[in-house]
Design a binder for this molecule. Sequence first.
Ligand SMILES: Cc1cc2nc3c(=O)[nH]c(=O)nc-3n(C[C@H](O)[C@H](O)[C@H](O)COP(=O)(O)OP(=O)(O)OC[C@H]3O[C@@H](n4cnc5c(N)ncnc54)[C@H](O)[C@@H]3O)c2cc1C
Length: 275
Amino acid sequence: MIPFDFTYSVPESVEEAVSSWFSSEQRGENPVYYSGGTEIITLCREQKIEPHAVIDIKHIPECLKINETEDYYYGAALTLNTITEKTSLSLFSAVLSRIADNTIRNKLTLGGNIMGRLPYREAVLPLLLFDAHAVIAGKEGIRSQPLSVVFDKRLLLGKGELLLGITFPAKTDAAHWVFTRKEKNGRIDYPILSVCFIKENDSIKMAVSGAFAYPLRNPEAENILNRQTLSPLQRAEKVTDYFADYYKTDFRSSAAYRKHLLKGAITEALEKLED
Ligand SMILES: Cc1cc2nc3c(=O)[nH]c(=O)nc-3n(C[C@H](O)[C@H](O)[C@H](O)COP(=O)(O)OP(=O)(O)OC[C@H]3O[C@@H](n4cnc5c(N)ncnc54)[C@H](O)[C@@H]3O)c2cc1C
């Protein structure tokens, strides 16, 4: 049960959603944008948040659009299952289809995964490798900014801003990719390591989650990864040492074990992609 009252609105345009957020805020209602709602409902039940205005974004066309022609575009309110069914990007699909289970993926949305409180946010990994931009709506209008700028540990949205979707040029499925996910208790557990690699123009890119407290792509680590004078194992050792301060320890796994898993994943990925 949710132990407080709230208003529920279903705007049909971006402008309506943003202005609804600001008028609710002015009334002191602590508004939230509501996408799949799984995290919001859980946090409300646990009384960790108390929004008195819930703004459902699932009727806003820009949040539901999917396009794979010139520029790729995925609306923030698309469920993970809708994207895996429709996308031609096999890496994107491989990553999303490993989050939670099939039933839950009918609820979880792209925007919810990117904006959620859990550290994993695995949908971000392929998007970092695709050099994606976040399309963001706010009081001042709509802007598109590279994730490399606007994603630092989390998506840096301003007050009342709404993530409309994610876009990137129609280029890559990077046919050459590797995705490695390791869990402690079976396939649908949270990952203790989730790492994606793509090879593009003879250069290998990597984005990591699960082992760290947030999804990360790091240019310095990629430089080491691409030093072909070193063997795959030597590069894996150097990259994993470079990340020495990033590994987290929790009840699922120690930092040392996460580092060990990442080293194995990097070695295998380099061997495969450079074969
Ligand atoms: C059983 C289960 C297993 C899971 N396993 C994994 C896993 O293995 N890997 C992983 O990465 N994640 C996992 N998750 C996390 C999950 O992906 C996120 O919690 C989830 O995606 C929330 O999506 P939602 O659409 O329900 O978000 P909501 O509950 O609607 O929103 C979550 C937060 O994001 C904000 N928000 C949502 N959309 C927008 C938007 N467009 N603009 C601005 N703010 C927005 C909301 O205001 C809220 O603060 C799991 C979740 C569950 C329930």
